[in-house]
Design a protein around this ligand. Structure first.
Ligand code: ADP
Ligand code: ADP
Length: 228
């Protein structure tokens, strides 16, 4: 059973814009999957279906074969972590530690387990020495890692990144992509949207090309680079 699946998913927004047209896709556990396409192609709309932030107008979105619409968003956050496009908008707390620990408050873990999760996430993102710092005193790269640490604290199997490299130079983009690669090596399934296409054959296994709400290509990334 694939960890994520869309079955003939169509999505029409309230104003009548149809953003997805009959999407069929399966993402097996352990994959590193790149999604590309021009602005307005439907990439964000598709990601939002994996997060249960949007529901299909017709068709079905599933996690491990179970319809996503049956999940509460808070329960789903422990299965699928979402790193949104502008992570700075996610920062609300006065310290790195409070920021990373915040998402754990919505879980039913006991205090000791929360502390362990917090320490583990700070360590994984190399933020231990910054735990008492204010998030906005940090560099852009460190701030991005704070947001990822907050997602990791919930130990989701799947990590969804929406354009994490936007606004970064090639070195900054590489640093973030190297991080996604480490997370993949740790066993996370990765789904990522990025415009840093030329870097991606070093990271992704598979590419989905979207256009006008449809899946134009679904192929191993090396084959796709020969085709494009
Ligand atoms: P991408 O992420 O590939 O840029 P989007 O999924 O954001 O594409 O958008 C797909 C289409 O849906 C576009 O035509 C966009 O204008 C439209 N769209 C996105 N969000 C909404 C919304 N909330 N209401 C109406 N139309 C929307
Ligand atoms: P994203 O790529 O994450 O959708 P945008 O900046 O394109 O970010 O859109 C910001 C918000 O506006 C999103 O919630 C998106 O769904 C919504 N939006 C995008 N396009 C439209 C549109 N044509 N009509 C209404 N809302 C839209």
């Amino acid at each position: 059973v694939p960890i994520l699946e869309l079955r003939n998913v169509t999505h029409t927004y309230a104003d009548g814009t149809t953003a997805l047209r009959g999407i069929d896709v399966q993402i097996p556990r352990g994959e590193y999957c790149l999604i590309i396409g021009q602005n307005g192609a439907g990439k964000s709309t598709l990601l939002k279906h994996f997060l249960n932030l949007l529901q299909p107008t017709s068709g079905e979105a599933l996690i491990d074969g179970v319809p996503l619409r049956d999940f509460k968003v808070s329960a789903l956050a422990q299965r699928i972590g979402y790193v949104p496009q502008n992570p700075d908008r996610q920062l609300f707390n006065a310290t790195v530690e409070a920021e990373v620990g915040f998402s754990l408050q919505a879980t039913n873990l006991d205090p000791a387990a929360r502390q362990a999760r917090l320490d583990e996430a700070l360590e994984a993102m190399q933020l231990v020495h910054l735990r008492h710092a204010h998030p906005f005193s940090l560099s852009k790269g460190d701030r991005a890692r704070v947001v990822i640490a907050a997602v990791l604290a919930l130990k989701p199997e799947v990590l969804v990144f929406d354009e994490p490299t936007t606004g970064q130079d090639a070195a900054g983009a590489r640093a973030i992509l190297d991080l996604t690669q480490e997370l993949h090596a740790l066993g996370h399934t990765i789904v990522i949207v990025t415009h840093h296409l030329y870097l991606m054959p070093d990271y992704a296994h598979r590419v989905l090309v979207m256009g006008h709400g449809q899946l134009l290509l679904d192929a191993p990334i090396r084959d796709a680079f020969h085709a494009i």
